[in-house]
Ligand binder design. Structure first.
Ligand code: SF4
Length: 361
């Protein structure tokens, strides 16, 4: 496994001048600590919890009551139900019409020090990653199908989730990295409040598909330190076919602009660890060249040319694609396309591209 070069090691080099303006001499404290001191964080938790009464936490706007969707005290009664024609197992207390199959408590698949994220997140001790189960999108190519669509995981109350965050901090992780959090923003806030009161001091990474509501983003304003949206498709036609959300491109554009407004371009501490800002991912997909170009154009022209971009080329057929329903997504590696895409992004004025795999073994 790759080992991050700690700055105390002799091979550390001086930063090029153009990068120095994104290095913070004194890294800011995580934003939620200020909100904790003023009492605003507790108010946000209250407002977010209210959103669960008739849920519009994400753009699906299902308007179902999740506030009272709690597991039975009797574990035998809380068996999962098989959905017709699907391997998805949905607990019996989840109300019908809930597109994310999640009730009062967040469902967590795993939590661990993750060394597979960008260098600036994983550092040398890993990114403290919390994978939430289920999702508000239906990406047919999802690389985490068992978690996002089948719901592998278990429900955790806010206290238990707060303990998970504190344990990741104890392990020395550089940040808390919430993966697929769009449908559990209230639960995330509840856990952050409890963990912050108990000593959490790590920056928060919001690792999202960008299918986020503006209400949720307003609740997260000043709480999240690093937004990491994955902008998937710019075309409503492709978004409808592959994500089952025709409005995804419009939602993602609005969300990413708001994220940038809140936190600005990605900034690092002197050790090269991201501390605040926006990091946009794009997984290069077969047959979506024009979408990828449009996403880069959007970032350069409508967000900022200083946007930090990770063009990912690790697409592999997965999820429903393996069932043969989407043969056009069955192609292999895309390394050449990724390089060409970066060149186009540079021609638009973007210049901060993540090069983890190239520069580090
Ligand atoms: S998908 Fe889930 S989070 Fe989104 S509106 Fe529906 S119930 Fe709420």
């Amino acid at each position: 496994m790759h080992r991050w070069l700690h700055p105390s090691e002799p091979r550390i080099q001086a930063l090029p001048e153009e990068l120095a303006r994104f290095v913070l001499a004194t890294p800011p404290e995580p934003g939620y600590l200020r909100l904790l001191r003023t009492g605003e964080l507790a108010k946000r938790v209250f407002r977010a919890r209210e959103e669960l009464r008739s849920c519009k936490v994400c753009p699906r706007e299902c308007a179902v009551d999740r506030l009272h969707a709690v597991p039975s005290e009797d574990p035998r009664a809380d068996f999962a139900t098989e959905q017709r024609g699907s391997a998805r197992r949905v607990p019996s207390h989840i109300p019908k019409g809930t597109a994310c199959f999640t009730g009062r408590w967040a469902r967590v698949s795993s939590a661990f020090a993750h060394f597979g994220e960008e260098d600036c997140l994983r550092g040398w001790n890993g990114s403290g990653t919390v994978f939430f189960a289920f999702c508000n999108l239906r990406c047919v190519f999802c690389q985490n199908w068992e978690v996002s669509q089948l719901g592998e995981g278990r429900e955790l109350r806010a206290e238990a989730l707060a303990c998970v965050l504190l344990d990741l901090q104890r392990q020395g992780c550089h940040n808390i990295n919430f993966v697929t959090p769009e449908h559990v923003v209230p639960q995330l806030l509840e856990a952050v409040l409890l963990a912050a009161e108990a000593g959490l001091r790590l920056p928060l990474v919001y690792n999202t598909s960008a299918y986020d509501s503006m209400t949720s983003l307003a609740l997260l304003d000043g709480v999240v330190d690093i937004y990491m949206p994955d902008f998937k498709y710019a075309s409503p036609v492709l978004a409808k076919r592959y994500l089952k959300a025709e409005d995804y491109p419009a939602v993602a554009r609005r969300a990413i602009s708001e994220m940038h407004r809140q936190v600005g371009p990605l900034c690092f501490d002197r050790d090269g660890i991201a501390r605040r800002g926006l990091l946009v991912r794009h997984l290069v997909m077969p047959g979506a060249w024009e979408d990828a170009v449009e996403i880069l154009r959007f970032l350069a022209e409508d967000v900022s040319r200083d946007t930090y971009v990770n063009l990912m080329d690790q697409y592999r057929p997965a999820g429903a694609v393996l069932e043969g329903k989407y043969p056009e997504l069955c192609s292999g590696r895309l390394t050449r396309e990724r390089d060409e895409l970066e060149a186009i992004g540079r021609s638009f004025g973007l210049w901060r591209f993540d090069h983890r795999w190239r520069y580090h073994g």
